[in-house]
Design a protein around this ligand. Sequence first.
Ligand SMILES: Nc1ncnc2c1ncn2[C@@H]1O[C@H](COP(=O)(O)OP(=O)(O)O)[C@@H](O)[C@H]1O
Ligand SMILES: [Mg+2]
Length: 330
Amino acid sequence: MKKMGDFAFIKIDFKVERIKRTLYECTYVQKGASSYMDKIKTGLIGLNSLLNGGINRNSITVVIGAAGSGKTTFATQFLRRGLERGNDGLFISLDENKEQLITEAREMGWYNISDHIESESLIFIDANGKNFSEFVREELPNFVAEWAGSNTRIVIDPLTPIIWANEDRYTQRELLMLLFKEIKKIGTSVCTLEEHGISGDLSGSETFIPMYLSDSIVHLRFVRNDSFTQRQMEILKCRNSKHSNRSHFFRIIKGFGIVIESNGKKGIKKEITTKNIPKILEADLEDRLSGIPSSAKERIQQSLARLDDKDFENINLTYLIDRILEDYSD
Ligand SMILES: Nc1ncnc2c1ncn2[C@@H]1O[C@H](COP(=O)(O)OP(=O)(O)O)[C@@H](O)[C@H]1O
Ligand SMILES: [Mg+2]
């Protein structure tokens, strides 16, 4: 595990010094024209195939959605997947503190999150209220030099305050370009973005600029009917990949996290409170899922005791097991 150096840089007073931009930085354009992309697994059950195999390695994915749409769940699940396979994780929070994140992650069934923090494979940075602009301009390049090539999974949750830190659109864009360019050297990032106002109107500069500069965009939405609310996910962009163009319903299931519902496959429809499905899955864990990482197995096992058939409504079990196996197939 590479040490973070002294991340007290967030606390110190920054020198107000204009960054010397090279011509390369001014004219920076996204690379990645090759037809074959190096993909990493997302950790979200059923998402890899919608992204033509997974998230592009060393890319920036923006997950946009309203409050409660599942952005933080998406981001933590992505980090967890890397940690389960021995990669490091960096969680930069501009919203919640470490304790809140740990509590919520445990609540969602990630019981051993503290082990990763203690072993420093997961670094949590509370950047709430800090001058992130100056950090990006003056400290980030040094930090990146130390961490470059480490294949870390990085989360910035949410990106929105970083954009709000500057009123001027040109400065917003310039800062984000620099941030994205630098963190790509460390690894693969998921940045969340708050959606305000009318759902689906993504034309404001605070959403448009990061969406434009990112490699992939995932939009999370609520679909409200008279009697219930369903969650939907749509891939708006995934560079150099033949991605899904459809809306996909998804559920959040404790211990599993975000699970994309299978299209056209019949799931459980009735109001059921029996525990048949958790029992079947328990048996599958010993049988078909025996090869997944032991920490993932334990997480699912512990959650199954608290779940019942209703939690798996619309989820086809064969599909669920197949998609979990697929996510751990590397
Ligand atoms: N234990 C749980 N089981 C199922 N769903 C949960 C659980 N905890 C939280 N959720 C769902 O996840 C949502 C919060 O998702 P979150 O990722 O924090 O949203 P965002 O970051 O977009 O605001 C809640 O609205 C809730 O419906
Ligand atoms: Mg959140």
